[in-house]
Design a protein around this ligand. Sequence first.
Ligand SMILES: [Zn+2]
Length: 321
Amino acid sequence: MAWISNRIPAAAFGSRDELFSNQRPVHSSFRLPPSSFSFIMVITQIRNATVLLEFGGHDLLVDPMLSPPSVMPGFRLFRGQRRRNPLTELPAGADELFARATEVILTHEHPDHLDRPAVKWIKSRGLTLWASSVDAPNLQRKGLNAEVLGDGQNSFASEVIPGTHGHGLIGWLMGPVAGFYLTHPDEPSLYITGDTVLTETVKQAVGRLQPDVVIAPAGTANFGLGKDILFSEAELVELVRLAPGQVVFNHLESIDHCPMTRTKLRDMMDAAGIGERVLIPNDGEQLTFERDPHSVPVEPSASPNTKPGFQKWLTAKFAGT
Ligand SMILES: [Zn+2]
């Protein structure tokens, strides 16, 4: 699997070179036609955890947060400046990316992953929303066309990898989170971790599934109380060391309780000697990956068929989701 960047000479990659020229400025990528290229996976970072993923003929919108800046309250509770969210605008061209979405994938129901404008927009488009078996019933109650990912309705294969959004009681109160491992014969294998800390489940998933590409949240979110509720700085380094291929970091510089900056993260990864496998896209930036035709992705296993229990019920009430 190779990462085709704006920096790597496109001549190395055959007949699709003109479309993925290294001369192309980042935002011109929005004028590219929808995904119709086999063996090419395109990840366009939109904002926070919101990504358009071109995968196996689907244009999957991951974790849509559509709100304009400052319409949601701050998430940071103690220590440090609390600011209203989101902190930033959507990038130029975002509407065109949203318009291309054929389905939505949701890792969990927090408002920085699915906000009210997104719920309205998904309904207005009549899009299928893929989610875990824990979240799907609550999403259906909201009138969304939510389906459990992994039920075999897609052209791609998938496995839900449960995440843990913090440590101890805070992590439990943050509610259930799903990570997703996706494979398709034409694509690099992909693991979207969702909002999680580096649990044994996540480590074992990386070791067992050997994903070509990992997308992970790197904001080192913290309420100003207790441990981080996303991968800590040390865990981000450990995650990259565990991952066999590229790691795309997002969930950065958009929400007030995420102190990590792209610049600091880049310096950290370079200092750890693992920077060449780390991608930290700006909002609006497109990353393109090519599958190694000789590599065979690890087959996903059956997803846990967990039903929404007390944790889901309580945290949905608590978070108003
Ligand atoms: Zn989040």
